[in-house]
Design a protein around this ligand. Structure first.
Ligand SMILES: [Cu+2]
Length: 108
């Protein structure tokens, strides 16, 4: 093994460790929907995190996040809708069926 081979191997290892660290840092958040309301009014996340919306009642919802172009379509009870938050800022979340269902995702 010459010096170049060793440097190349070290470089690959460095990249691999870097990628796995980035993947491990992204958190998954859960928001449930019950009583035609989101379980939290505000949720602080880091850019790159994901938010999973789950329905805990026998009611259909349609989750819309305008700034992220996210649209769950008709979400059946028990279905999960997960969104990766890829932009910083305040993202207003609403339900297309129930006008009073609102929350905000704050991404930093
Ligand atoms: Cu709804």
């Amino acid at each position: 093994m010459n010096t170049n081979t060793i440097l190349y191997a070290a470089g690959c290892l460095f990249v691999a460790v870097g990628l796995s660290a980035a993947a491990a840092a992204a958190a998954k958040h859960a928001v449930s929907q019950k009583g035609k309301a989101f379980s939290v009014k505000e949720l602080n996340v880091a850019v790159g995190d994901s938010v999973a919306f789950v329905t805990d009642e026998g009611v259909k919802h349609t989750i819309l996040i305008k700034g992220l172009s996210a649209n769950s379509g008709m979400q059946e009870p028990g279905q999960e809708f997960a969104v990766t938050i890829d932009q910083s800022g305040k993202h207003k979340v609403r339900c297309g069926i129930h006008p009073k269902m609102k929350m905000t995702i704050i991404a930093n």
